[in-house]
Ligand binder design. Sequence first.
Ligand code: AOF
Ligand code: ZN
Length: 365
Amino acid sequence: MTDRDPAPFDVAMMRRCLELAQQARGQTAPNPMVGAVVVQDNQVIGEGFHPKLGEPHAEVFALRAAGDQAQGATVYVNLEPCNHFGRTPPCSEALVQAGVARVVVGMVDPNPKVAGSGIARLRAAGIEVTVGLEEAACQRLNEAFVHRILQQQPFGILKYAMTLDGKIAASTGHSAWVTTPDSRHRVHNLRAGCDAVVVGGNTVRRDNPRLTSHGMGHNPLRVVLSRHLDLPDAAHLWDTTEVPTLVFTTHGANPEKQAILETQGVEVIGLDEVTPAIAHAHLYERGSLAVLWECGGTLAARAIADGCIQKVLAFIAPKIIGGEQAPSPVGELGLARMTDALPLERLQWEAIGSDLLVEGYLSTE
Ligand code: AOF
Ligand code: ZN
């Protein structure tokens, strides 16, 4: 072990912070997921996480749990403690007041209101601060928050399921199911970590999906993009008793249909133009961090062209459906040469039963 290797105990405590943070997965938007642990003499004496917007931050819960014992303790937290009066007072001050001796931070908070000032405040008070422990895992956990804060856009994830020959449905349009129940379970779990899930009118008409997390946790807002509002009168998505649905359409596209949807509790927003970029801008205003695009190829191509997709999750099933007219995951992008193809970075491959999940990020270049 070199001097620069972090102590295994510190690593374990930071991983515990990440675990705690994820207890609020899908519920913190537009805030990040944060967990904190207070340790005295190698014993955990307080833990906490940020449960949702407007509630105290992770450090406050952890310090409360530790009480007076926090004096001289080490605090672990996956995101730099804030140093501003937002909806809550600064955590930096709470840490100073509690008299902690050391703070171990996973990553700097990219929020311009914080951006290193929390760390500086702690150091100015004589607290020893270590920054960047398990940084890659910390960045990944809050990748949507980081993207939102820096780009002022939600973080877009395109998810699709296709056969080995690259089709998302048969040429008849039939698509239930491409992948195994295990892969679909994984998608339900993915939805639980997202704030909104988006489809186009075609998906509603053809598949009548529910787009819920099927009891795996938080349910995202369900969003439909439909220029003409040529949607069915009855659909699973119009059952808004448990999960809300929002439809973006063109101003005055179909007032009768709009009334039918609204009486079922669906929110309908008329826009000058229905584009992925405009939908994303609205979802940003509503505080969304992660937006999951589960649409067909035409809309997926438009979302990519609009810069709405940062990450791709492709579930690939080992079967062949064939069909010249069978749809594929991404429609026309206007790319003429293979050298123009959009490369994915930071790839991960995972076998899920007989299916393969390929995950990667669209290059920001
Ligand atoms: C922390 N600990 O647990 C979280 C932090 O509106 P507020 O007061 O909740 O502040 C939100 C900002 O605080 C958010 O954008 C991010 O920069 C930081 N989140 N900071 O010290 C936490 N959730
Ligand atoms: Zn804070």
